[in-house]
Structure formats: structure tokens, C-alpha cells
Design a protein around this ligand. Structure first.
Ligand code: SF4
Length: 420
């Protein structure tokens, strides 16, 4: 089962003006859409409660309450699309161990039983082994890392994490050749290191099916340099490497990729390759393949209308409802109840997605609402779309590059959401 998209930086302000869309607040009614699993979350002190219906209903979703903790933004790769870009020194600093312990204790006490460690690169966090072990000791049954896997080629290090109780690994890898992967991650020799790591994890799981009970998946950031190779990537990861769970997320054009049209293809260019991949995964490889970050209106009608195929392949149906905890100085935060007035894509929309803890210098928020209210925007067509209440919208960085064209209002009856 695929992990949610990693939590990201606080919002980058957009400069492109969108036509106003109807005001929406987290408590607005859901346009008659069914209630989601994420709606059941109680209020957590210091965390904005998830908006009801902020995810599509799905029997495939793991219902454990999930939190993703950012350990610091230091990284041993330099991906061309990294949303962190060049982080400030204080953002690169690792979370002090006492704070990490307290953070884990806090979420466990709130009933969270799934935790993911993010960076930067979580395997470079000096206390990652201790963090995994502590999470298991206090009751987290699902403990995951989202990693570039470069360090996991060191088998003694990987064994230590597995012995500490790690239950899931999501490997970020974006190319099926050394040329492509090393160019995207800007680390010569990285492809071979990552392949070594993946092969070791696959071998450990084959030798002992209790290893990583919550799965091993590869997460691909779909971008302008790799989307045409998606079918070949499926063949490489399923057959050559041996993983059986792939997730392809549309690029979020922030950080290094902000304003970069060559890395940010139009949805219309990517969707034909996405459909090829879905057909291959379903009919030929018969393995798990999911995608994320594509609004419904850019998907072909036969996929949009098919409840089984859509819920099997659209990652948002599987993503856990996720709280995030990220270091922040609060400087670029949108305070709850405040409204952007500078013509950004969230004009007229009250942002209530972030709670900022000044004492701890951390921001906490629900990831699905964060995307909806801060990181994505709704172009003009959304005002007439019957999915407006549930659709997260489009990354603001995409709208800044390509504008608001290419999005069409959708009728609820013309989607799988109405066919329940
Ligand atoms: S709300 Fe907007 S982006 Fe979402 S499906 Fe409708 S038209 Fe597309």
C-alpha cells in the first residue's frame, strides 16, 4: 500500500492571479459526497482537525492514524526537483533527540499508531535507529521511512533499522537507468547504490516474509525528464529489481523546480504515459501501481468513471489520513483565519491548515488539508465543478507555469465518486 505524499515546506506564495472561486472553509459541507475515513479524527491539541471528507472513501485505506515527522532537511542527494531547494542552516539541523522522543510520545498518546520519518533524508538522522525502536516500544505498529535509499546499501545499517522494528520502506527513485537517475538526483553512481539497496531489501523480504510487513514501495516523481519512460520504469522495477508496489506522483514544482517548465510537463503530456502504465500494471505485470497528484478532470472519462479501477490506482484512495510535524520559524505561514489578499491562488480561501508552535518552532497540520488550502490552487473552471468540495486542486507551481487552462468542470455523476 502506497504511503501518502511526503509533507512539504510551508507555502510558497504564488504570484499569478486566478479568477476568484467560491469561498471554502474546512467546515463547509461536502457537496453530498460520502464521509471519509479521515473525518473521524478527534481534535488534537496543537493540530488543526482534519476537514471532514478530505479524502475519498475507500475500503483500501489503512485506517491507522498516521503522522509524518520531518527529522531535518539535510540530504545526501541533490534532486533537481527537491522542494526544499537549498534549506537554511537551521532547517538542515536535525531534530534534537529529546524533542523527537517527546514528539513520538505526544502522537502516541493521541492514538496515532502509524508514523513515518521524513527529511531531507531520514537515514542520515543520527538517531534514526533509536527513533524507530522508541516508536515501536510506545505502540506504533506501522513505522515507515521515506528514503532515497542511498545509505541503505550499507547492509549492516539496514539490518539495524529492520531489527529496530521498521515496518515499511518507501524508496524515492525516478529513473530506470544510471544516466537518468544520476542526472535527476545529481549524485554520480547513485543509481547503482540505490539498486543495491533495493535488491537487498527485496532479498530480505523473500527470505523472511515478516520483514517490512507494511510493504516496500518505490516512489517515482513524474517529471518532464522521465515521464516518457514510465512504461520502461515499470518493467525495470517489477522485473529487474523485484519490487511489487510502485507509486508515481506528479512533480510539485517548488524549490529547485519552481518555474521550470522542462521539469514540469503539462498534465495532457503525461496522462497518455500514465494510462499506458496503468494498463501494463493491470494486464501484464499484475502488480500494484498507483498515481498521485492528478486532478480528476485531467483523467480520461473511462478511468474517472470506473470505481474499481480508480480506487485501485488513484493513490489518494489509499493514502492514510496524515498529520505532519515540520520544523518552522513560522515566517511564511498563513495564520489560521487570515486570508491572502495579494492575488494568490488561495484568494478568498481561509487557510486553517497550519498550527505553529512558537516554543518548539514546529508547524503541525493535516497533510490533505494542507495541500487543499495552502499548497494547491483552484483555477477558474473549479468554480463550476461538482468536485470542488473534495478536489485538492492543482499545485500552485503548476498554475504559475502553465496558467489555468486545461481544466474542465466535472459532473459528480460522471465520476466514480457518485457510483457507490
Ligand atoms: S475542482 Fe477543478 S481541478 Fe478539481 S476536478 Fe474540478 S475542475 Fe478539475
Amino acid at each position: 500500500m502506497a504511503s501518502p505524499a511526503p509533507c512539504g515546506m510551508l507555502p510558497a506564495m504564488s504570484t499569478v492571479r486566478a479568477a476568484p472561486v467560491p469561498p471554502v472553509a474546512p467546515s463547509d459541507p461536502p457537496l453530498g459526497l460520502p464521509r471519509s475515513a479521515g473525518a473521524a479524527q478527534p481534535a488534537v491539541p496543537g493540530l488543526i482537525e482534519a476537514r471532514p471528507n478530505n479524502q475519498p472513501v475507500s475500503a483500501l485505506r489503512d485506517l491507522r492514524k498516521n503522522v509524518e515527522i520531518n527529522v531535518g532537511k539535510a540530504c545526501n542527494n541533490r534532486c533537481v526537483f527537491c522542494i526544499d531547494g537549498l534549506p537554511k542552516a537551521e532547517d538542515r539541523a536535525y531534530m534534537p533527540w529529546p524533542q523527537m522522543r517527546a514528539e513520538l510520545d505526544r502522537w502516541a498518546a493521541e492514538g496515532y499508531r502509524s508514523v513515518g520519518f521524513l527529511g531531507g533524508e531520514p537515514t542520515t538522522y543520527p538517531q534514526i535507529g533509536e527513533a524507530v525502536a522508541h516508536a515501536r516500544a510506545i505502540g506504533f505498529s506501522r513505522v515507515a521511512i521515506a528514503t532515497n535509499a542511498t545509505k541503505l546499501r550499507l547492509t549492516h545499517f539496514t539490518d539495524r533499522l529492520l531489527d529496530a522494528g521498521l515496518t515499511r520502506v518507501t524508496v524515492s527513485m525516478h529513473g530506470h537507468t544510471a544516466e537518468l537517475e544520476d542526472k535527476l538526483t545529481r549524485v554520480p553512481g547513485n543509481f547503482h547504490k540505490k539498486c543495491e539497496a533495493l535488491r537487498y531489501l527485496v532479498a530480505r523480504r523473500r527470505a523472511d516474509p515478516t520483514v517490512l510487513p507494511d510493504g516496500l514501495s518505490v516512489n517515482i516523481v513524474l517529471n518532464g525528464w522521465n515521464h516518457a519512460h514510465l512504461p520502461q520504469m515499470l518493467k525495470f522495477f517489477y522485473e529487474t529489481i523485484g519490487v511489487d508496489d510502485l507509486r508515481a506522483n506528479y512533480i510539485r514544482p517548488e524549490g529547485y523546480a519552481e518555474g521550470d517548465a522542462s521539469l514540469t510537463p503539462r498534465y495532457a503530456e503525461v496522462v497518455p504515459n500514465l494510462i499506458k502504465a496503468i494498463v501494463l500494471a493491470e494486464r501484464h505485470f499484475k502488480k500494484v501501481f498507483t498515481f498521485g497528484g492528478f486532478p480528476m478532470c485531467v483523467l480520461p472519462a473511462p478511468l474517472r468513471r470506473d470505481p474499481e479501477l480508480l480506487s485501485r490506482t488513484m493513490g489518494e484512495y489509499r493514502d492514510l489520513s496524515t498529520a505532519c510535524s515540520v520544523r518552522s520559524d513560522g515566517g511564511d505561514r498563513v495564520a489560521p483565519g487570515k486570508t491572502f489578499v495579494d492575488g494568490s491562488w488561495v484568494q478568498h480561501v481561509k487557510s486553517s491548515a497550519v498550527f505553529f508552535d512558537e516554543g518548539e518552532q514546529r508547524a503541525r497540520f493535516n497533510w490533505q488539508d494542507r495541500k487543499r488550502f495552502d499548497l494547491k490552487g483552484h483555477p477558474e473552471a473549479c468554480g463550476a465543478c461538482e468536485l470542488f468540495g473534495v478536489c485538492e486542486g492543482v499545485w500552485k507551481g503548476y498554475l504559475d507555469i502553465w496558467g489555468a487552462g486545461g481544466f474542465q468542470p466535472v459532473r459528480l455523476a460522471d465520476t466514480a465518486l457518485a457510483q457507490r
